[in-house]
Design a protein around this ligand. Structure first.
Ligand SMILES: [Fe+2]
Ligand SMILES: [Fe+2]
Length: 274
């Protein structure tokens, strides 16, 4: 499969362009802090199983993805099956299965926080899309760099310099990335004490950070561990991108028992905190 067939934004639909315009201008430090305070993983009324979350995501279509017209549910199963068929470890398969489940935040989205869209209507600018670091200059190595200047933090001298509020090689885990399904799902897995190794958690937390893992921006903020994690994130990315196919709809009922056993094994069975 030719690599340049995917992630081509030259002919992006107005929906994709609008998504990135909103995301780039509204994802600020203040927005990150607001979202981090919104999701505390301690509300008993929000508890549900992974399967229940999957069913709620059944009709979710990503507004930021130029390659994906099919519901996210199938994308998750296609990614997991691709990883499984390539002979990768079970924890890696779980990462494939869960990496986009954080889009479930649409359930609790409001009109103004960029999380109230689950299809071609509503806002998804705080659910999906290529992420960037808030609190320092936004790099040119990102989709639609012409939108960078629209970010309100970029006119604040605390936030618009190379290092901004960070220090050299502080490590990716010290950074506040634009808030979306990546950061949320990482936090959800940690909150539920999932038995997924650091490599898998990094895949989930940074898989949309293309400017970092593919275009090498932010090297001045990374530490030695991040260099190792980057290779794992890139390994994952191959499956995230190249298993996308609308004529490969997997039978959920058929494959689910296999994944349910895996989820139980890795501490993700039963009712979880969201
Ligand atoms: Fe994703
Ligand atoms: Fe994905």
């Amino acid at each position: 499969m030719e690599a340049d067939k995917f992630r081509n934004y030259d002919n992006a639909t107005p929906r994709v362009v609008e998504h990135y315009l909103n995301m780039r201008s509204k994802q600020t430090i203040a927005h990150y802090d607001k979202m981090a305070a919104k999701y505390t993983f301690d509300d008993p009324n929000k508890k549900m199983t992974i399967l229940e979350a999957f069913h709620k995501l059944e009709s979710y279509v990503d507004a930021s993805d130029p390659d994906l017209e099919i519901p996210n549910l199938f994308h998750l199963l296609q990614t997991a099956e691709g990883i499984r068929n390539a002979g990768h470890p079970e924890w890696f398969q779980i990462v494939g299965l869960l990496h986009d489940v954080g889009k479930i935040m649409f359930l609790w989205g409001t009109d103004d926080d960029g999380q109230n869209g689950y299809d071609h209507r509503g806002q998804q600018w705080s659910l999906g899309g290529d992420t960037f670091v808030c609190g320092c200059a936004i790099p040119e190595q990102i989709v639609f760099p012409e939108f960078n200047k629209l970010n309100t933090d970029m006119s604040n001298e605390l936030y618009n310099t190379k290092y901004g509020i960070y220090y050299p090689h502080c490590g990716l885990d010290k950074l506040k990335f634009s808030w979306g399904h990546d950061e949320y799902m990482y936090r959800m897995l940690v909150a539920n004490k999932a038995l997924i190794p650091d490599e898998g958690l990094a895949m989930i937390r940074y898989h949309s950070a293309y400017s970092w893992h593919t275009y090498n921006a932010y090297e001045h903020l990374c530490n030695e561990k991040d260099a190792v994690m980057k290779e794992w994130v890139k390994k994952f990315n191959v499956f995230d991108l190249y298993t996308k196919s609308s004529d490969n709809k997997i039978d959920v009922d058929k494959v689910w028992p296999y994944y349910e056993a895996l989820l139980n094994k890795y501490g993700l069975g039963g009712q979880l905190w969201w």
